[in-house]
Ligand binder design. Structure first.
Ligand SMILES: [Zn+2]
Length: 350
Protein backbone atom coordinates (compact mmCIF):
# COMPACT_ATOMS: atom_id res chain seq x y z
CA UNK A 1 0.00 0.00 0.00
CA UNK A 2 1.19 3.44 -0.85
CA UNK A 3 1.52 5.76 2.11
CA UNK A 4 2.26 9.42 2.20
CA UNK A 5 3.75 11.44 4.99
CA UNK A 6 1.06 13.72 6.46
CA UNK A 7 3.45 16.68 6.16
CA UNK A 8 3.74 16.06 2.41
CA UNK A 9 -0.02 15.95 2.02
CA UNK A 10 -0.27 19.20 3.99
CA UNK A 11 2.32 20.86 1.77
CA UNK A 12 0.35 19.85 -1.31
CA UNK A 13 -2.89 21.11 0.25
CA UNK A 14 -1.24 24.44 1.00
CA UNK A 15 0.04 24.83 -2.52
CA UNK A 16 -3.08 23.89 -4.45
CA UNK A 17 -6.32 25.38 -3.18
CA UNK A 18 -9.66 23.73 -3.84
CA UNK A 19 -10.53 26.64 -6.13
CA UNK A 20 -7.34 26.12 -8.16
CA UNK A 21 -8.04 22.38 -8.40
CA UNK A 22 -11.57 23.15 -9.59
CA UNK A 23 -10.03 25.27 -12.33
CA UNK A 24 -7.65 22.49 -13.36
CA UNK A 25 -10.57 20.05 -13.37
CA UNK A 26 -12.44 22.41 -15.71
CA UNK A 27 -15.37 22.90 -13.33
CA UNK A 28 -17.38 25.94 -14.38
CA UNK A 29 -17.90 28.65 -11.79
CA UNK A 30 -20.76 31.15 -11.84
CA UNK A 31 -21.38 33.80 -9.19
CA UNK A 32 -19.22 32.09 -6.61
CA UNK A 33 -20.62 28.57 -7.07
CA UNK A 34 -19.78 25.71 -9.41
CA UNK A 35 -21.88 23.52 -11.62
CA UNK A 36 -21.79 20.15 -9.90
CA UNK A 37 -19.81 17.67 -12.04
CA UNK A 38 -22.10 14.88 -10.84
CA UNK A 39 -25.63 16.24 -11.13
CA UNK A 40 -25.02 19.26 -13.43
CA UNK A 41 -22.36 17.99 -15.86
CA UNK A 42 -23.72 20.05 -18.77
CA UNK A 43 -23.31 23.30 -16.83
CA UNK A 44 -25.17 26.44 -17.81
CA UNK A 45 -26.47 24.81 -20.99
CA UNK A 46 -29.06 22.98 -18.89
CA UNK A 47 -28.92 24.47 -15.41
CA UNK A 48 -29.83 27.97 -14.29
CA UNK A 49 -27.84 28.02 -11.08
CA UNK A 50 -24.74 26.14 -10.00
CA UNK A 51 -25.25 24.14 -6.82
CA UNK A 52 -21.79 23.16 -5.69
CA UNK A 53 -19.99 25.28 -3.14
CA UNK A 54 -16.19 24.99 -3.15
CA UNK A 55 -14.16 26.74 -0.51
CA UNK A 56 -10.60 26.09 0.49
CA UNK A 57 -11.22 26.08 4.23
CA UNK A 58 -14.46 24.11 4.08
CA UNK A 59 -14.19 21.56 1.29
CA UNK A 60 -16.88 21.06 -1.34
CA UNK A 61 -20.56 20.33 -1.09
CA UNK A 62 -23.35 20.04 -3.68
CA UNK A 63 -26.59 21.39 -2.30
CA UNK A 64 -28.54 19.42 -4.88
CA UNK A 65 -27.12 15.87 -4.87
CA UNK A 66 -25.22 16.04 -1.59
CA UNK A 67 -21.82 15.04 -2.97
CA UNK A 68 -19.21 16.42 -0.61
CA UNK A 69 -15.63 16.11 0.59
CA UNK A 70 -13.17 17.87 2.81
CA UNK A 71 -10.09 18.60 0.74
CA UNK A 72 -8.44 18.90 -2.64
CA UNK A 73 -7.66 15.17 -2.88
CA UNK A 74 -11.29 14.27 -2.21
CA UNK A 75 -12.41 16.67 -4.95
CA UNK A 76 -9.98 15.27 -7.52
CA UNK A 77 -10.85 11.68 -6.62
CA UNK A 78 -14.57 12.43 -6.83
CA UNK A 79 -14.29 14.12 -10.22
CA UNK A 80 -11.65 11.95 -11.89
CA UNK A 81 -12.46 8.62 -10.25
CA UNK A 82 -9.46 6.46 -9.45
CA UNK A 83 -7.80 5.79 -6.13
CA UNK A 84 -6.63 8.13 -3.38
CA UNK A 85 -2.96 7.72 -4.51
CA UNK A 86 -4.05 8.65 -8.08
CA UNK A 87 -5.55 11.84 -6.71
CA UNK A 88 -2.46 12.58 -4.61
CA UNK A 89 -0.17 12.08 -7.61
CA UNK A 90 -2.30 14.38 -9.74
CA UNK A 91 -2.40 17.21 -7.19
CA UNK A 92 1.29 16.72 -6.36
CA UNK A 93 2.14 17.29 -10.03
CA UNK A 94 0.14 20.54 -9.95
CA UNK A 95 1.94 21.55 -6.76
CA UNK A 96 5.36 20.68 -8.14
CA UNK A 97 5.93 18.26 -5.25
CA UNK A 98 8.05 15.18 -5.93
CA UNK A 99 6.35 12.16 -4.41
CA UNK A 100 8.57 9.39 -5.60
CA UNK A 101 10.96 9.05 -2.70
CA UNK A 102 8.26 9.70 -0.19
CA UNK A 103 5.99 6.85 -0.93
CA UNK A 104 7.73 4.64 1.63
CA UNK A 105 7.22 7.36 4.19
CA UNK A 106 9.84 5.87 6.50
CA UNK A 107 12.42 8.63 6.58
CA UNK A 108 11.31 12.20 7.05
CA UNK A 109 10.14 13.45 3.68
CA UNK A 110 12.31 15.84 1.73
CA UNK A 111 10.06 18.75 1.00
CA UNK A 112 10.66 22.24 -0.17
CA UNK A 113 10.05 24.91 2.45
CA UNK A 114 6.32 25.49 2.85
CA UNK A 115 4.93 28.62 1.28
CA UNK A 116 3.11 31.32 3.19
CA UNK A 117 -0.42 30.05 3.62
CA UNK A 118 -2.31 32.64 1.63
CA UNK A 119 0.15 32.90 -1.22
CA UNK A 120 1.24 29.59 -2.73
CA UNK A 121 4.31 29.99 -4.96
CA UNK A 122 3.57 29.55 -8.63
CA UNK A 123 5.00 26.24 -9.73
CA UNK A 124 5.99 25.45 -13.28
CA UNK A 125 3.94 22.75 -14.89
CA UNK A 126 5.86 19.82 -16.26
CA UNK A 127 6.93 20.05 -19.90
CA UNK A 128 5.73 17.14 -22.02
CA UNK A 129 7.97 17.27 -25.11
CA UNK A 130 6.54 13.96 -26.37
CA UNK A 131 3.30 15.83 -27.10
CA UNK A 132 5.11 17.85 -29.79
CA UNK A 133 5.67 14.60 -31.70
CA UNK A 134 2.01 13.70 -31.26
CA UNK A 135 0.93 17.15 -32.43
CA UNK A 136 3.28 17.01 -35.41
CA UNK A 137 1.67 13.76 -36.57
CA UNK A 138 -1.79 15.24 -36.10
CA UNK A 139 -0.79 18.39 -38.06
CA UNK A 140 0.22 16.21 -40.98
CA UNK A 141 -3.22 14.61 -40.87
CA UNK A 142 -4.94 18.01 -41.16
CA UNK A 143 -4.88 18.54 -44.92
CA UNK A 144 -8.03 17.20 -46.56
CA UNK A 145 -9.43 16.08 -43.19
CA UNK A 146 -12.80 16.92 -41.59
CA UNK A 147 -10.70 19.18 -39.36
CA UNK A 148 -9.60 21.34 -42.29
CA UNK A 149 -13.18 21.49 -43.58
CA UNK A 150 -14.39 22.56 -40.13
CA UNK A 151 -11.75 25.29 -39.82
CA UNK A 152 -12.51 26.57 -43.32
CA UNK A 153 -16.19 26.73 -42.45
CA UNK A 154 -15.23 28.98 -39.53
CA UNK A 155 -13.16 31.15 -41.85
CA UNK A 156 -9.65 29.86 -41.09
CA UNK A 157 -7.28 29.00 -43.92
CA UNK A 158 -4.58 26.37 -43.72
CA UNK A 159 -1.92 29.10 -43.90
CA UNK A 160 -3.05 30.53 -40.55
CA UNK A 161 -3.70 27.11 -39.02
CA UNK A 162 -0.24 25.94 -40.12
CA UNK A 163 1.54 28.69 -38.19
CA UNK A 164 -0.13 27.55 -34.97
CA UNK A 165 0.60 23.85 -35.32
CA UNK A 166 -3.01 22.72 -35.08
CA UNK A 167 -3.79 19.08 -35.76
CA UNK A 168 -6.63 16.79 -36.72
CA UNK A 169 -7.39 13.75 -34.56
CA UNK A 170 -9.72 11.09 -35.94
CA UNK A 171 -12.03 9.34 -33.45
CA UNK A 172 -9.42 6.57 -33.13
CA UNK A 173 -6.64 9.10 -32.58
CA UNK A 174 -8.77 10.96 -30.00
CA UNK A 175 -8.93 7.80 -27.95
CA UNK A 176 -5.27 6.87 -28.53
CA UNK A 177 -3.95 10.20 -27.23
CA UNK A 178 -6.26 10.06 -24.22
CA UNK A 179 -8.67 12.89 -25.02
CA UNK A 180 -11.73 10.65 -25.12
CA UNK A 181 -12.24 7.81 -22.74
CA UNK A 182 -15.80 7.15 -23.87
CA UNK A 183 -17.17 7.54 -27.38
CA UNK A 184 -15.25 10.23 -29.33
CA UNK A 185 -17.21 12.58 -31.60
CA UNK A 186 -17.84 10.87 -34.97
CA UNK A 187 -15.78 13.39 -36.99
CA UNK A 188 -12.93 13.62 -34.50
CA UNK A 189 -11.42 16.81 -33.08
CA UNK A 190 -9.29 19.81 -34.03
CA UNK A 191 -6.29 19.73 -31.71
CA UNK A 192 -4.66 22.81 -30.15
CA UNK A 193 -1.50 22.83 -28.00
CA UNK A 194 -1.31 24.18 -24.44
CA UNK A 195 2.00 25.95 -23.88
CA UNK A 196 3.37 27.32 -20.62
CA UNK A 197 6.24 29.70 -19.82
CA UNK A 198 9.16 27.87 -18.20
CA UNK A 199 11.72 29.17 -15.70
CA UNK A 200 14.46 29.14 -18.36
CA UNK A 201 12.60 31.84 -20.30
CA UNK A 202 11.25 29.56 -23.01
CA UNK A 203 7.83 28.03 -23.41
CA UNK A 204 7.05 24.33 -23.44
CA UNK A 205 4.11 22.21 -24.44
CA UNK A 206 2.25 20.82 -21.42
CA UNK A 207 -1.10 19.56 -22.72
CA UNK A 208 -3.49 19.26 -25.66
CA UNK A 209 -7.02 20.50 -26.21
CA UNK A 210 -9.47 19.00 -28.70
CA UNK A 211 -12.58 20.72 -30.07
CA UNK A 212 -15.20 18.32 -31.42
CA UNK A 213 -15.81 18.75 -35.14
CA UNK A 214 -19.47 19.33 -35.91
CA UNK A 215 -21.79 21.16 -38.28
CA UNK A 216 -24.30 23.93 -37.51
CA UNK A 217 -27.14 21.52 -38.32
CA UNK A 218 -25.68 18.77 -36.15
CA UNK A 219 -23.92 20.38 -33.17
CA UNK A 220 -21.98 18.27 -30.68
CA UNK A 221 -23.65 18.05 -27.24
CA UNK A 222 -21.92 20.51 -24.93
CA UNK A 223 -20.51 17.85 -22.61
CA UNK A 224 -18.60 16.26 -25.53
CA UNK A 225 -17.46 19.47 -27.21
CA UNK A 226 -14.28 20.33 -25.32
CA UNK A 227 -11.62 17.94 -24.08
CA UNK A 228 -8.25 18.65 -22.48
CA UNK A 229 -5.67 16.09 -21.41
CA UNK A 230 -5.68 15.67 -17.62
CA UNK A 231 -3.29 17.97 -15.77
CA UNK A 232 -2.61 21.70 -15.62
CA UNK A 233 -3.77 24.00 -18.37
CA UNK A 234 -1.45 26.30 -20.27
CA UNK A 235 -2.13 29.03 -22.82
CA UNK A 236 -2.62 28.77 -26.55
CA UNK A 237 0.22 30.87 -28.10
CA UNK A 238 1.86 31.42 -24.70
CA UNK A 239 5.01 32.73 -26.36
CA UNK A 240 3.15 35.92 -27.36
CA UNK A 241 3.67 37.46 -23.92
CA UNK A 242 7.43 37.33 -24.41
CA UNK A 243 7.29 40.04 -27.06
CA UNK A 244 7.82 42.69 -24.38
CA UNK A 245 8.16 46.32 -25.27
CA UNK A 246 5.73 46.49 -28.14
CA UNK A 247 3.65 49.63 -27.96
CA UNK A 248 0.56 47.65 -28.96
CA UNK A 249 -1.43 45.62 -26.47
CA UNK A 250 -1.36 41.87 -26.08
CA UNK A 251 -4.86 40.59 -26.80
CA UNK A 252 -5.97 37.97 -24.27
CA UNK A 253 -8.87 35.76 -25.36
CA UNK A 254 -10.59 32.98 -23.45
CA UNK A 255 -11.02 30.51 -26.32
CA UNK A 256 -8.39 29.33 -28.82
CA UNK A 257 -10.72 29.99 -31.76
CA UNK A 258 -10.96 33.62 -30.63
CA UNK A 259 -7.17 33.84 -30.62
CA UNK A 260 -7.06 32.23 -34.06
CA UNK A 261 -9.57 34.85 -35.28
CA UNK A 262 -7.50 37.75 -33.92
CA UNK A 263 -4.39 36.25 -35.54
CA UNK A 264 -6.17 35.69 -38.86
CA UNK A 265 -7.44 39.28 -38.75
CA UNK A 266 -3.80 40.38 -38.74
CA UNK A 267 -2.96 40.86 -35.04
CA UNK A 268 -0.21 38.38 -34.10
CA UNK A 269 0.19 39.51 -30.49
CA UNK A 270 -2.60 37.34 -29.08
CA UNK A 271 -3.07 34.35 -26.83
CA UNK A 272 -5.93 32.31 -25.34
CA UNK A 273 -6.15 31.30 -21.70
CA UNK A 274 -8.42 28.27 -22.25
CA UNK A 275 -11.16 29.62 -20.00
CA UNK A 276 -12.10 32.71 -18.00
CA UNK A 277 -10.59 31.52 -14.71
CA UNK A 278 -7.00 32.67 -15.18
CA UNK A 279 -4.96 31.28 -12.30
CA UNK A 280 -1.53 32.21 -13.70
CA UNK A 281 -1.36 36.00 -13.70
CA UNK A 282 2.43 35.71 -13.56
CA UNK A 283 2.34 34.26 -17.07
CA UNK A 284 0.61 37.38 -18.37
CA UNK A 285 2.38 40.15 -16.49
CA UNK A 286 5.53 40.28 -18.68
CA UNK A 287 3.17 42.09 -21.09
CA UNK A 288 2.77 45.66 -19.92
CA UNK A 289 -0.39 46.47 -21.88
CA UNK A 290 -3.22 44.00 -22.30
CA UNK A 291 -6.55 44.09 -24.06
CA UNK A 292 -8.95 41.47 -22.68
CA UNK A 293 -11.22 40.08 -25.39
CA UNK A 294 -13.42 37.65 -23.48
CA UNK A 295 -16.91 36.62 -24.61
CA UNK A 296 -19.67 39.22 -24.83
CA UNK A 297 -21.91 37.33 -22.36
CA UNK A 298 -22.30 38.36 -18.72
CA UNK A 299 -19.89 35.70 -17.41
CA UNK A 300 -17.21 36.69 -19.93
CA UNK A 301 -17.57 40.39 -19.13
CA UNK A 302 -17.63 39.88 -15.36
CA UNK A 303 -14.52 37.69 -15.51
CA UNK A 304 -12.81 40.21 -17.80
CA UNK A 305 -13.37 42.90 -15.15
CA UNK A 306 -11.96 40.64 -12.41
CA UNK A 307 -8.90 39.83 -14.49
CA UNK A 308 -8.42 43.51 -15.41
CA UNK A 309 -8.48 44.54 -11.74
CA UNK A 310 -5.93 41.86 -10.81
CA UNK A 311 -3.61 42.83 -13.67
CA UNK A 312 -3.89 46.57 -12.96
CA UNK A 313 -2.97 45.80 -9.36
CA UNK A 314 0.25 44.39 -10.80
CA UNK A 315 0.95 47.50 -12.83
CA UNK A 316 -0.31 46.38 -16.23
CA UNK A 317 -2.33 48.79 -18.41
CA UNK A 318 -5.56 46.97 -19.19
CA UNK A 319 -8.54 47.58 -21.39
CA UNK A 320 -11.58 45.37 -22.03
CA UNK A 321 -13.27 44.80 -25.36
CA UNK A 322 -16.94 45.56 -24.65
CA UNK A 323 -19.98 43.72 -26.06
CA UNK A 324 -20.60 46.79 -28.27
CA UNK A 325 -17.23 46.27 -29.91
CA UNK A 326 -17.80 42.54 -30.42
CA UNK A 327 -20.07 41.56 -33.27
CA UNK A 328 -21.78 38.37 -32.09
CA UNK A 329 -21.03 36.34 -28.98
CA UNK A 330 -17.23 36.42 -29.23
CA UNK A 331 -14.41 37.60 -31.48
CA UNK A 332 -14.39 34.26 -33.34
CA UNK A 333 -17.98 34.98 -34.38
CA UNK A 334 -17.07 38.57 -35.32
CA UNK A 335 -14.37 37.13 -37.55
CA UNK A 336 -16.69 34.54 -39.12
CA UNK A 337 -19.12 37.40 -39.87
CA UNK A 338 -16.32 39.38 -41.53
CA UNK A 339 -16.60 42.06 -38.82
CA UNK A 340 -13.28 41.72 -37.00
CA UNK A 341 -11.15 44.73 -37.88
CA UNK A 342 -7.70 44.67 -36.29
CA UNK A 343 -7.94 48.47 -35.98
CA UNK A 344 -10.03 47.91 -32.84
CA UNK A 345 -6.95 46.45 -31.11
CA UNK A 346 -4.78 49.36 -32.24
CA UNK A 347 -7.32 52.05 -31.38
CA UNK A 348 -8.00 50.84 -27.89
CA UNK A 349 -7.31 53.39 -25.14
CA UNK A 350 -5.00 51.94 -22.55
ZN1 LIG B 1 -24.62 17.61 -7.36
Amino acid sequence: MVKYAPATLDTIRQRVSLEQAAEYLHLSPLRGRYFCPFCQPTGKADHHTPDMGISNGKGFHCFKCGKSGSDVFALVQAVQGGTFPDAVRYVASLAGVQLKEEQLAVKPPRISPPAPKDCPPPTSPIARPELLGTLHGLSEAMEGSPGEEYLQRRGFSLSVVGTCGLGYASPTACRAIGLDKGQPPPLGRVIFPHFAPMPDGGTDIISLYGRAIDTPSNPTPKELRHRHLPGPKGFFRAASVRAIGWPEPLVVCEGPFDALAVLAAGWPRVLATYGVGVSRLDWLTPARSILIAFDADTVGQAKAKELAAALRHRGVSVSILTPDEIEGKDVAESFALGQLNPAIFQAVQL
